[in-house]
Design a protein. Structure first.
Length: 198
């Protein structure tokens, strides 16, 4: 997608973007995860996970000035050009009680290195604009229910999902930048992991 898009909301251009950086699975796997998210809508009245494509968050949501959009895009292009695509393994389910259930992502060394690398790359850009921005512990996961999953519904769902099987794998070949449009998260830019050195 073109890097001249800048900050947009569902209604008009925005002075500040709300963004996050993630790895997205391929479309067929996104559909499998969407089906699980829809199951939570129907059975447990939790729909918050539907507001973004299925993903693994690398850099959690942050604010960015629209006037400096091209600087962010250029910086991420430089970072991605020095990285290799990586294998991602999904296996079973995990939880952050009492509101989050997710598909477990294997915290491989390469995934950990990619996440810590992009966080370190962006930190000098983010800190002056976001004084509260600080690295968080990285627990790679793909959310299927959160936020509006009540503690009661969590207690109903978790015993089942704790022992439920789920296995999948994919090659992550792009970093994806997502932007909140005032209603939900949209893919706005993708950056190929192309170094070929690994």
């Amino acid at each position: 997608m073109g890097s001249d898009v800048g900050c947009q909301t569902a209604f008009a251009p925005a002075a500040t973007c709300r963004l996050f950086l993630a790895l997205l699975p391929p479309p067929a796997l996104q559909e499998q995860v969407r089906a699980l998210q829809q199951e939570f809508v129907v059975r447990f009245a939790s729909r918050a996970a539907l507001r973004s494509p299925p993903h693994i968050t690398l850099v959690p949501p942050f604010e960015w000035p629209g006037s400096e959009w091209s600087a962010l895009i250029g910086s991420l292009q430089i970072f991605a050009a020095g990285q290799d695509s990586i294998a991602i393994e999904l296996s079973g389910f995990g939880a952050f009680a009492p509101r989050v259930i997710y598909i477990h992502v294997d915290p491989s060394e390469k995934l950990q290195q990619l996440q810590s690398g992009v966080q370190a790359h962006l930190l000098p850009l983010l800190n002056p604009k976001n004084p509260s921005t600080r690295p968080r512990p990285f627990v790679p996961h793909m959310t299927v229910a959160f936020r509006d999953l009540t503690p009661h519904q969590f207690r109903a769902a978790w015993p089942e999902f704790q022992s439920r099987q789920f296995q999948a794998s994919f090659w992550a070949a792009d970093l994806t930048l997502l932007q909140h449009d005032g209603r939900q998260w949209q893919v706005t830019e993708q950056f190929s992991l192309v170094s070929g050195s690994g």
